[in-house]
Each structure stands twice: as structure tokens, then as C-alpha cells.
Design a protein around this ligand. Sequence first.
Ligand code: NAD
Length: 510
Amino acid sequence: MTTDPYAPLEIRRPQDGAPMGMVPVDRPEGVFQAVSRVREVQVGWASLPPTDRARRLSGVRREVERRSEEIADRIAGETGKPESEALTEVAVVLGLFRYLEDIAPGLLSPRSVSTRWLFPRRAWVEREPWGVIGIISPWNYPFVLTMEPVITALFGGNGVVLKPSEFTPFSGAVIPDLVEAGGLPEDLVRVVQGRGPTGAALVESGVDRIHFTGSPATGRKILAAAAPRLLPVSLELGGKDPALVLEDANLERAARGIVFGSFFNAGQTCVATERVYVVDAVHDAFVRRVVELTRELRAGPVGSIDIGPMTVPFQLELVEAHLADAREKGAEILCGGERIDPASNVLTPAVVTEVTSEMKLISEETFGPVLPVVRVRDEEEAVERANAQSFGLFASVWTGDAERGVRVARRLRAGGVSINDTLAHWSVAGLPMGGVGESGFSRVHGEEGLRDFTRARAILVNKGRRSRDPWWYPYTPFTRRIVRALIRWDGRDGIRRLTGALGGLFRRGP
Ligand code: NAD
């Protein structure tokens, strides 16, 4: 294994380790050049009205639609995930495209603001692009987690330099091509390839904002590197999402939903269910059903499978280490947790009980096909345990009473919660996604996501006919009376109070 951080990437198929190709790595000079080139092109893109940008981006959307199978093949090829899961990445991107086409022109148009007592002036807020955004992405959803920030940045008028994960370079590599083929200017989006040092160079390159999706450890490094230059950073980090199964839940739906939410993409999902708290009264029935359903899943390298190989060997080893730690500390592995053969990265999906907070399965992100179940007394204990974690990305509550579910949801420390559902929130492009605590603090999707990719510029217009305003220099007793009048009139309660306050101007007072 090479120690040169700029040696070409050697990509191997997760199914069998067969070589897929070599990818040259960009050194810092190459990254800086890419940023300068995108900056030149971005100026013209930013000058277009939001409506025109949205119209032109619909061309890119059509290109993604047209090439959806080819894109899914790339995703499945380098990650090993089943074809339907690869296509889901494309579907989620298209959902966000359509949502942004609908909302971007309105959200990015100037919004007028009352000047309250400062008439006759006009004021409004405009949204302007940051400039060039550096996007750094992980390997678990190599297309959706790269393309979504790219298109959101473009709707906002930005240019982009993106760096895909060193383990999945091919899905990101196609993005500039999709953008250009869809009718946008050449070099508005550029890709640089490489490992951590290439990502670090992007942070140092003079970009105007960094959008990072990945682990909390790397998120911390990026935030520290960004601090000296006060570079704004968005962080979308890991998760350890809890599911709370209450005694009145539809157990069949809860079992099926949680099995799906835990094992989708072999558990390599930031919003995967990684901890299940089940109320004592239904614990045994729930576990029985979950084990039955898990045993039915077909895990394998290729073909008609539900669960494919894990994308990178080191992640498989980490999951095995978590299982070993749990076993040593007294957990019971009811099924799964075994490699199907030495060549492929396939781990059979595991259900684990007798799990405690001291085990890594609860205290750390596992990011693999493991479903740990914890027995709790009641709703209260479920909430308490769910919140006793530094991550706070997403959560789910399973109950026959939706209103109760919402009440519980509001007590959970998480960026979002679904009731009797799992992963569906990701396809609702209007719902912001992001976390609290160790899961980061920014948002993608929703109006909030688009706002994050632009900044507010405030404009105030005074026609300038008067030569001075009465509160400008020189200060006089009259100035003081004006300020006192403003203290009395807060601007919200109408003309009667205003005239009362103005009346005070001509009375003698302190
Ligand atoms: P990672 O942090 O190891 O790497 C992510 C990216 O950062 C890669 O492109 C990598 O090359 C780059 N990088 C590494 N060091 C860098 C540095 N010093 N400066 C700049 N860039 C650097 O994460 P990963 O293993 O690729 O992804 C898995 C993690 O991502 C998990 O924790 C998962 O939960 C998280 N994730 C979060 C979300 C979300 O939306 N919140 C989504 C998917 C994955």
C-alpha cells in the first residue's frame, strides 16, 4: 500500500475485489487552478435572474432523467449496492430538482421589508450567491450526496468545485458532464479527485464556502482549518438514529419498517436506524418478528439480493469489531453478523439483543447491517435513552396514536423525526435534513437548504431629496426628543400612537 497521498486511486469492486480502474489525484496546485477557473465562469451564471437559472437547470434535470440507468450503473458498480438502491439515489436527486425549480425563483427574488418609522424609504433583501462552493462528499451515497449540494449551489448562482470520496470517485466524476450536457456553461462545475489532502487543499483554496458531508472527525478538522480564514462551513455529519417502539405500535409495520431502515444500503446510511428502544410489553414479540424478517433477507455480492456488499473493507472490519465488543460484553447476536465468503465484503444482517450503553453498538456509529434492540420500561425511559447520545440526526417513533408520536417527537434531540415511518423523509425534498450535536448543524433540502447556499444582501433606498435627517449632526435638544419619541412608538401599533408620539416632539420634556 502506498503512503504517497497523491498516488493514483486504485478502485476495486466491492463484490469481489476486482480492479475497476485507476484515477489520477489532484495536487493542491490543480485544486487552486480549478477554483480560479470556476470563479471566472461563475460571474456570468450569477448575473442571470433566478428564474432563468431555474429554467436552464431544468435542462440538467432532463439530462439526469435521460441517463438515469447509466448513472445508477456507475453508483452500483463502485458501491456494490443493489440496483434499486442505486436508482433511488437518482430518484431523490430528481425530486430535489423539481422542488427547487418550483421554489427557487420565488425564494431567491427580492423580498421587501417594512422600514417602519423610517419613511419615506424602501428596503428589501436580495439573496446573492457565495461565489465558488467547495463540496466534499463521502462514499456511502456517492451520487446523491454530491449532486444534491451541487444543484442547490447552482440554483443559488454559485459555481462548484467538488471532491468525491477517494473510495467512490466515478459517480462524482460524471457530474460536470451532466451539467454541461444539460446546457450550463463549461467549467461552472469542476471535479477534483483525491484523498484527505486534496480535500484539505480545497478548504485552503480560497473557495467562498465549504459544504462537507462525512464523519464528525473530518468535520472537526475542516472546521479548524476554516477558522483562520473565517470560511463558512456546512457540516452534515454522522448519526446514530434511534427508533422508539411503544406498546401501542402496529408491530408488524414497526418490525418491517425498522428492518428496512436499518439494513437499506447495508446499513451504510447516515439516517439508518442504529438503536431500537422497545417497550417491555412488546419487546419479545417485536424481536421475534424482526429476526424472522431479517432471516428472509438475501445478502450476496450480486444478482437478486436485498443486501449487497459493504463498500469499503475497513468499514466491514469496524462493524465486526463492534459485534465482537458487544459479544464480549454479554450481548446476544440472534442472527447474522457473518461474512458470506472471504472475497466479498458481504456481511449478513444481524439482530442483537441484551445490548447496553457501554457497548460500541450503542455509543459509536456502526454504519453497517446491525440492528441492536434495547428493552425499556416505558415511553419515558425510551426518550431518556434515545437522548443520551452525542449524535442527533434523525429518529423514528412507532405508535398507534399519531398525536402521541408527535408529542414524543418533540422531546427527542434530533434534526428530524418520523412517526411510523423510516427513510421516507429523505424523499420529501421540502423537509430540511440535518442534525444537532455530533451530527452537525447545517441543513440540506427544504427552503433552509437553498438559503444556506446563498447569503442575504440588504438594500435600503432613500430618494435623497432632503439635505439632512433631523437626527444627524449637530445634536440638539430636538434630536433627543426624536429619540424619545421613537422609544414611545414601537412602529407596530398604528398611526394613533405615532401621532401621539410625534405630538411629544413639541412638548417640553427631559
Ligand atoms: P470521511 O469523513 O472519512 O470522508 C468524507 C470526505 O472527506 C472524503 O471525501 C474525504 O476524502 C474527505 N476528507 C478526509 N480528510 C479531509 C480533510 N482533512 N480535509 C478535507 N477533506 C477531507 O467520511 P466517510 O467515511 O467518507 O463517510 C461516512 C461518514 O459520513 C459517516 O459518519 C456518515 O454518517 C457520514 N454521512 C453523513 C451524512 C449526512 O447527511 N449527515 C450523509 C452521509 C454520510
